[in-house]
Design a protein. Structure first.
Length: 72
């Protein structure tokens, strides 16, 4: 779940991301996030996605790309 994904991002071992977005809005203070972990202290320290592709899968949207880390 979110903790495993967050740990993978924190360790810098994620090479490719495939995210499915549903046309539903979930919310609330107890709603789980997709990715947990430590996160980044600054926005310019997070990996960017390159070679991004966007596709439809029924009503959902699939976004995929390769992680590119930036030196700060």
């Amino acid at each position: 779940g979110p903790s495993l994904l967050g740990s993978a991002f924190d360790l810098g071992v994620v090479q490719r991301v495939v995210a499915m977005l549903s046309p539903r809005v979930l919310g609330g203070t107890q709603a789980p996030s997709a990715v947990a972990g430590q996160g980044a202290a600054r926005l310019d320290a997070v990996p960017l996605l390159s070679d991004v592709q966007v596709e439809r899968c029924g009503p959902d949207i699939v976004v995929s790309g390769y992680c590119v880390t930036r030196d700060v």
